[in-house]
Design a protein around this ligand. Structure first.
Ligand code: PEP
Ligand code: MN
Length: 359
């Protein structure tokens, strides 16, 4: 290699390092600007400011590059700066692992959800009568399950379908739960009902159809009661995480996320169980993550394999629906388990070595 080439390459290496230092110096400035914008509630992306910066560069440009090349290179630098600001913003999410590296564990009725062992939330789709709930509760208790689900306020697709027993349903759940030493998980659909429901339920469920009902999220975030937040029918993981952030930003950090399937073009199942959402949510947030195998699959024959998959991939819990006589159920009759099937479901799971502890 000629001396001349070696010299030029050495010089180029030095320029590269200078450029690197300058790009990082620019990055630090951009971050500071981002913090000021955040405080003032200003938008991070400002195309007018970008245009002014490009014009300023143009007035200083001497070549040898084409100006269009410079414009392209700086556009990439601007974009990288914007991403830095957004990263900072994302880092600030209260539900994120970046904010709190250790797992959140929520204690309900002696169950520690998020402790590394799978937990179960079982019960009918809807509360229909005292007898119906009590029959399921007895079977649930026999299996060592501590959390009883049941819908009293049912968000139905058709306004002519059974809408649930409302407060009456919550009272039934509370009575049965007290008799069988269970904790109650039940959906609330109206922010105004949250306060009233506190005396009857142990976990506020926010359903898929209400994942972005921001007033409901804020109301649930303002009370001291665990919340089970379901993923919306067509919500991205980022929208799901932000919905949880709405709750936590109001002070309530006791949130469980629940993957319940999303709408896709697939018709073989009621929804498509997005199983990879479980490890993604576990990585991105510190919250416990549950999987609802009933609403995601909509098929009894898939409940057990889906539950095994959920536990194997790291879910903190499984939700499924159980009814004494699914054929006559007022909702979700095609997919609820009857009691013998529920018993088989639980014993198969316990034998699968996925559920190590004795339930
Ligand atoms: C439910 O769990 O009762 C329910 C209605 O589920 P989702 O909100 O996930 O549809
Ligand atoms: Mn249901």
């Amino acid at each position: 290699m000629s001396n001349e080439l070696e010299k030029l390459r050495k010089e180029l290496d030095e320029v590269n390092v200078e450029l690197l230092e300058l790009i990082n110096k620019r990055g630090r400035l951009v971050k500071k600007i981002g913090q000021i914008k955040e405080k003032q509630g200003m938008k991070r992306f400002d195309p007018v400011r970008e245009r002014n910066m490009l014009n300023h560069l143009l007035s200083h440009h001497e070549g040898p590059f084409e100006y269009s090349t410079i414009e392209h290179l700086f556009k990439e630098i601007f974009k990288a700066g914007l991403e830095l600001q957004e990263d900072d913003h994302r880092k600030a999410l209260l539900v994120s692992r970046k904010k709190k590296p250790e797992d959140t564990v929520i204690e309900i009725n002696g169950e520690k959800i998020g402790d590394g062992h799978p937990h179960f939330v079982m019960g009918p789709c809807a509360v229909e009568s005292y007898e119906q709930v009590a029959e399921v509760a007895e079977a649930v208790q026999k299996q060592g399950v501590k959390l009883l689900r049941g819908g009293a306020f049912k968000p139905r697709t058709s306004p002519y379908d059974f809408q649930g027993l409302g407060m009456e349903g919550l009272k039934i759940l509370k009575q049965v739960a007290d008799e069988y030493d269970l904790a109650v998980v039940s959906e609330i659909v109206n922010p105004a009902d949250i306060e009233k429901a506190l005396d009857y339920i142990d976990v506020i469920q926010i359903g898929a159809r209400n994942m972005q009902n921001f007033e409901l999220l804020k109301a649930a975030g303002s009370v001291d009661k665990p919340v089970l937040l379901k993923r919306g029918l067509a919500a991205t993981i980022s929208e799901f995480i932000n919905a949880a952030e709405y709750i936590m930003s109001r002070g309530n950090g006791k949130i469980m996320l629940c993957e319940r399937g999303i709408r896709t073009y697939e018709k073989a199942t009621r929804n498509t169980l997005d199983i990879s959402a479980v490890p993604i949510l576990k990585q991105e947030t510190h919250l416990p993550v549950l999987v609802d195998v009933t609403h995601s699959t909509g098929r009894r024959d898939l409940l057990l394999p889906a539950a095994k998959a959920a536990i194997a991939i790291g879910a903190d819990g499984v939700m499924a629906e159980v009814h004494p006589d699914p054929a006559v159920a007022l909702s979700d009759s095609a997919q609820q388990m009857d009691i013998p099937m529920f018993e088989t479901f639980m014993s198969e799971l316990k034998q699968s070595a996925l559920v190590e502890r004795t339930l």
